[in-house]
Design a protein around this ligand. Structure first.
Ligand SMILES: [Zn+2]
Length: 416
């Protein structure tokens, strides 16, 4: 399984200048690859693998290419061919696309060390050190551990438009080292959970928790304020550039806050349960997409599910997406469908008389669909009414942010 971890980096001024110098050489290498691809007729051009064999000649001809790590240089050539593949894929999907262009400095802000030439050191505290060959040590804010089982395949160093530096580790975990998931036959209504992803920005679990989504209203207000200011500046001026960085910073702040929140929620879910069932968002997204805010929420849920799936692998928890259509309408007890407008918060079945909260009913349906997806029936020993929690605990986003989980933890009580 492959995934990545990203960290804020704090190079000294001297190292930052060195990084910029290296990235610019990589940019030239990228452009030179493009040049050769389009203009040079030779056998060893046409794939990344073949093109790598041209690098010794490059170094003879242009000393500058010897200044950077040679594996990283290969990786930049590969990056060109990856972009080329991406382009032809888009073409096949019927999109009109241009061709690859030369990269200007503002368009080329990163480089990747692959396989060797880097080392992650001093990982015991909140700070760690990344060593890069031909460059030196860079401090990073090590807010999330890289699991021992994970191998670091590559590391990308990037300068954001805000001027901040980030490093991103490409990680790989051998399937054999992943924890085993519990046997499907052992799953039941107590160790599994169905989740209704609310269109009103919260999740509702089949065992009776609703967890609020982050309130980002202040952040979005600030974003539109900064964007309005940007629109009044003269394009290309110093002030415009400064303001553009401010906008980028607010956006990044929002993204990071959301991601951090999703990390906490998903980690809690896979630790707490042996199986987590969620709705298949592609369907849900189509059914309910209208307006920008909604689309944003769908995008956020999609990222949430991606995280959930990878953590499921990491912690040995089944994560299964189920058919989303009708989870709200269908009665969790008898299956009769009743149309419900969004404002009707109660489920009251005309068929069997079953009554419960609208979202609790939806979450129950997700749980049932998850069981059948795994080839299990609904456990006969647990009628829906019994599985349904007697009351609902509402958890604020603040509590999740502060304690890392929506579960009441007596050791660290949180005042609300
Ligand atoms: Zn019913």
């Amino acid at each position: 399984m492959e995934y990545s971890h990203r960290y804020h980096a704090y190079p000294t001024q001297e190292i930052a200048a060195e990084l910029e110098h290296h990235i610019d050489i990589h940019r030239q290498a990228y452009n030179y690859t493009l040049y050769e691809y389009e203009n040079v007729n030779a056998d060893n051009i046409g794939s990344a693998y073949k093109h790598h064999y041209r690098l010794p000649d490059w170094k003879d001809e242009f000393f500058v290419f010897s200044e950077v790590n040679s594996k990283a240089l290969q990786r930049t050539v590969t990056r060109f061919y990856q972009n080329l593949d991406g382009l032809s894929e888009q073409k096949q999907n019927g999109r009109t696309v241009g061709k690859l262009n030369w990269k200007s400095p503002s368009e080329f802000q990163s480089m990747t060390y692959s396989q060797s030439g880097f080392e992650l050191k001093n990982t015991s505290g909140r700070r760690a050190t990344l060593w890069l060959s031909k460059i030196g040590d860079i401090q990073i804010r090590y807010h999330r551990d890289i699991p021992d089982e994970a191998a670091i395949k590559e590391v990308t160093v990037k300068k954001e438009t805000t001027g901040e530096w980030f490093v991103c580790f490409g990680l790989e975990i051998d399937e054999a080292n992943l924890p085993e998931k519990s046997p499907v036959e052992t799953l039941n209504t107590t160790n599994s959970v169905g989740i209704d992803l609310g269109i009103l920005n919260y999740i509702h679990t089949s065992d009776g928790k609703t967890v609020d989504w982050l309130d980002l209203e202040d952040e979005y207000d600030r974003l539109s304020r900064e964007q309005r200011k940007l629109s009044r500046k003269e394009k290309g001026s110093n002030n415009y550039e400064k303001q553009r960085q401010k906008v980028a910073k607010v956006k990044r702040h929002i993204r990071r806050k959301v991601l951090d929140y999703q990390h906490k929620l998903t980690t809690w879910l896979v630790r707490e349960y042996d199986a987590v069932f969620v709705e298949d968002l592609d369907v849900k997204g189509m059914l309910q997409s209208d307006g920008n805010a909604r689309n944003k929420q769908v995008a956020a849920w999609r990222q949430f599910i991606t995280l959930l799936e990878y953590k499921g692998e990491l912690y040995g928890t089944h994560v299964v997406q189920v058919e989303a259509a009708g989870t709200t309408k269908e009665c969790a007890k008898c299956g009769v469908e009743t149309a419900k407008p969004v404002w009707v918060r109660e489920h009251s079945c005309p068929g069997c008389g079953f009554e419960c909260d609208r979202d609790a009913n939806a979450a129950m349906n997700v749980l049932q669909r998850g069981f059948s997806e795994l080839g299990l029936g609904w456990p006969e020993s647990t009628p829906v009414e019994t599985a349904l929690p007697t009351d609902t605990t509402r958890v604020s986003a603040k509590r999740v942010v502060e304690t890392g989980s929506p579960t009441l933890n007596e050791a660290t009580p949180v005042a609300e």
